[in-house]
Design a protein around this ligand. Structure first.
Ligand SMILES: *[C@@H]1O[C@H](CO)[C@@H](O)[C@H](O)[C@H]1NC(C)=O
Ligand SMILES: *[C@@H]1O[C@H](CO)[C@@H](O)[C@H](O)[C@H]1NC(C)=O
Ligand SMILES: *[C@@H]1O[C@H](CO)[C@@H](O)[C@H](O)[C@H]1NC(C)=O
Ligand SMILES: *[C@@H]1O[C@H](CO)[C@@H](O)[C@H](O)[C@H]1NC(C)=O
Ligand SMILES: *[C@@H]1O[C@H](CO)[C@@H](O)[C@H](O)[C@H]1NC(C)=O
Ligand SMILES: *[C@@H]1O[C@H](CO)[C@@H](O)[C@H](O)[C@H]1NC(C)=O
Ligand SMILES: *[C@@H]1O[C@H](CO)[C@@H](O)[C@H](O)[C@H]1NC(C)=O
Ligand SMILES: *[C@@H]1O[C@H](CO)[C@@H](O)[C@H](O)[C@H]1NC(C)=O
Length: 434
C-alpha cells in the first residue's frame, strides 16, 4: 500500500496537469470495512455515526438520530457500485449482498414518526427508501415511508416564515432554520412525484427562496442558524451552532448549501437556485487554504485554537460540485467545478484515508464547539463512496481495481501502468463530457 502511494505520487509529478484521482476511491477496503461494521451492529439495531478519536472504532446511536439513514444508504451505494463496476476478486464488491443489507438495516427507520425528535431530518432518513424506489419503484413499504417522511416535513412548514422548521424550541415562536435543512427538501419532490401533490413542491421552493434571502452573506458564505419569529416572520437572530462564531462560515453547512441548491436546480430548473449554488461553491473553493485541506470552519483561526479539518465537509462538497457541474451547460463551467472536486478529493484522501480505522476516513469534525473532532464520520464515508460512483456515472473515472504496487506493465503502458492509463482515460473522457 505504502509502495503504491509512493509510486502514485511520483507519477502525479510526471502527469503534469492531468486530472488525477486517488486510488483509494475504488479500494477493496471499502466493502470490507462496511461489511465489518454490519457484523458489529448492536441488536436491537443501533447505527454508526462517528468513531472514537484514538482507535477509530464506531460508536453506535439509536434509530431516532438524524444520521441513522446513512449506514443503510451506504449499503445501497455499494450495491450501486456493484452495478457500475461489476465484481472482481480485487474490488471485493461481491463479499456481501448489499441490497439485502441495505433493506434489513433500514426497516427500523420505518417506525420513526413526528414524535421521535427526528424533526426536519426526515429528509436524510428517507435516503435508503429513495434508493429502494430507484431499484423497485412499486415497493409499497418504501413508497409509504417516503410519503410519510414528506408529510412530516411539510407539517413543519410555516407560511408566515416561509420555511420548514429545523429545530424544535421551548418557545414555539422561536423558529430556527439551519442551512443543513436544504438537504431535506428532496423528499418533498419524491413524494410530490408519487402522489401528485404539488403543495409539497411549493413548500420546498418557498423554503429555498427564503433561505436565499436570509441565510447567505454578500461574500457567498452562509450562517448556520437563522432564528425567525413564527408570528411575524421576522428574522430575530443570525448565528452559529457548530461553527467558530456567529459570523463565521462553517464548512459543512456551506457544503450542504452547495448541494442543496444545485439539487433544487435539478428538480425545478429555476435559475436562482443554480446561481445560489454557484455563489456558495465559489466561496467554498476560494476559501480552501493553500494546503488544500477543507477546515471545519473557514473563519476559524489557524492557531490557537487548533483548526482541524472536516473530511465530511470535503466529501459532501465533492458531491455538491459534481452535481453543480451537471447543472451547467458550458464545458468551461462544468470543468471549473470538476477541477475543484478533484482537488478537494485528492487532498482529503491523502490526509484522511485511514487503513487502520473502522471508518474509511479520519479527520472528521462532528461538532467542534462540543469538542467532538478528529473522528471518522458515517456521512463522510457515505459521500466518499457516492463520489466514486458519481465520477463513474459522469464518465470521469473508471472502476479501477486497487493499485498493485510494482506492476507497471498492465494495459501495455510503459509508464505507470494502471494509474497512467486511468489518468489518461480520465483526461480523455473529460473533453467528451457534456
Ligand atoms: C421494500 O422496501 C422495504 C423498505 O426499504 C424493504 O425492507 C423490503 O425488503 C422491500 N421489499 C421487497 C419485496 O423488495
Ligand atoms: C398535500 O400535502 C399537504 C402537505 O402535507 C397536505 O396538507 C395536503 O392535504 C395534501 N393534499 C392532498 C390533496 O392530499
Ligand atoms: C415573536 O413576536 C411576538 C409578537 O410580537 C412576540 O410576542 C414573541 O415574543 C416573539 N417571539 C420571539 C421568540 O421573539
Ligand atoms: C465577525 O465579527 C467579529 C466581531 O464583530 C469580527 O472581528 C470578525 O472579523 C468577523 N468575522 C467575519 C468572518 O466576518
Ligand atoms: C429541466 O431542463 C432539462 C433540460 O431542458 C429537462 O430535461 C428537464 O426535464 C427539466 N426539469 C424540470 C424539473 O423541469
Ligand atoms: C490540493 O489542493 C490544492 C489547493 O486547492 C490544489 O492546488 C492541488 O491541486 C490539490 N492537489 C491535488 C493532488 O489535486
Ligand atoms: C488529521 O488527523 C490526525 C490524527 O487524528 C491529526 O493528528 C491531524 O492533526 C489531523 N489533521 C488535520 C488537518 O485535521
Ligand atoms: C500486472 O497486472 C496485470 C493486469 O492486472 C496482470 O495481468 C499481471 O499479471 C500483473 N503483473 C505482475 C508482475 O503482477
Amino acid at each position: 500500500m505504502l509502495k503504491g502511494r509512493f509510486f502514485f505520487l511520483a507519477l502525479q509529478t510526471f502527469a503534469l496537469g492531468a486530472a488525477t484521482l486517488p486510488d483509494e476511491l475504488f479500494s477493496s477496503d471499502i466493502p470490507s470495512k462496511v461489511l465489518a461494521a454490519f457484523k458489529t451492529l448492536p441488536a436491537p439495531i443501533q447505527y454508526p455515526q462517528y468513531t472514537d478519536t484514538s482507535a477509530g472504532k464506531w460508536l453506535f446511536f439509536s434509530p431516532n438520530t438524524w444520521t441513522s439513514g446513512f449506514f443503510p444508504a451506504t449499503a445501497y451505494a455499494i450495491n450501486t457500485r456493484q452495478q457500475l463496476c461489476g465484481s472482481t476478486p480485487a474490488n471485493g464488491l461481491s463479499m456481501a449482498d448489499w441490497l439485502s443489507l441495505g433493506r434489513s438495516a433500514s426497516t427500523e427507520l420505518l417506525s420513526l414518526n413526528a414524535n421521535n425528535g427526528i424533526g426536519h431530518d426526515v429528509g436524510f432518513i428517507s435516503f435508503p427508501f429513495v434508493e429502494e424506489l430507484a431499484i423497485n419503484p412499486t415497493n409499497q413499504t418504501a413508497i409509504n415511508a417516503v410519503n410519510n417522511f414528506a408529510s412530516m416535513l411539510a407539517a413543519r412548514f410555516n407560511p408566515v416564515v416561509g420555511c420548514t422548521r429545523s429545530w424544535d424550541t421551548s418557545d414555539p415562536t422561536d423558529f430556527q432554520v439551519i442551512i443543513d435543512n436544504m438537504m431535506n427538501l428532496e423528499v418533498l419532490f419524491h413524494s410530490a412525484d408519487l402522489t401528485g401533490n404539488d403543495t409539497l413542491r411549493n413548500i420546498a421552493m418557498t423554503h429555498a427562496d427564503t433561505t436565499i434571502k436570509n441565510h447567505i452573506r454578500d461574500d457567498g458564505g452562509t450562517w448556520h442558524v437563522i432564528e425567525y419569529n413564527s408570528t411575524t416572520g421576522n428574522v430575530i437572530k443570525k448565528r452559529t451552532a457548530q461553527g467558530f462564531s456567529d459570523n463565521s462560515t462553517w464548512s459543512r453547512g456551506q457544503a450542504w448549501g452547495i448541494y442543496g441548491f444545485a439539487n433544487m436546480h435539478r428538480l425545478t430548473n429555476k435559475t436562482e437556485y443554480l446561481d445560489t449554488s454557484r455563489r456558495l461553491a465559489t466561496y467554498f473553493l476560494n476559501n480552501i487554504p493553500s494546503d488544500g485541506i477543507v477546515p471545519w470552519d473557514f473563519n476559524a483561526p489557524l492557531t490557537p485554537p487548533p483548526r482541524p479539518a472536516d473530511s465530511s465537509a470535503a466529501t459532501i462538497a465533492v458531491n455538491a460540485l459534481l452535481l453543480l457541474a451537471q447543472q451547467e451547460t458550458t464545458q468551461d463551467a462544468k470543468q471549473h467545478w470538476i477541477d475543484g472536486a478533484f482537488a478537494i478529493l485528492n487532498n482529503i484522501t491523502a490526509l484522511a484515508w485511514n487503513p487502520s480505522w473502522q471508518s474509511l476516513l479520519s479527520n472528521g469534525t462532528v461538532n467542534w464547539p462540543a469538542n467532538n473532532f478528529l473522528t471518522g464520520i458515517v456521512y463522510g464515508d457515505y459521500y466518499f463512496i457516492k463520489a466514486g460512483n458519481e465520477l463513474v456515472n459522469m464518465g470521469l473515472a473508471t472502476c479501477k481495481e486497487p493499485f498493485s504496487a510494482g506492476n507497471g506493465s498492465s494495459n501495455g503502458n510503459p509508464v505507470g501502468g494502471t494509474d497512467a492509463a486511468h489518468q489518461r482515460s480520465s483526461a480523455t473522457r473529460l473533453s467528451l463530457f457534456g
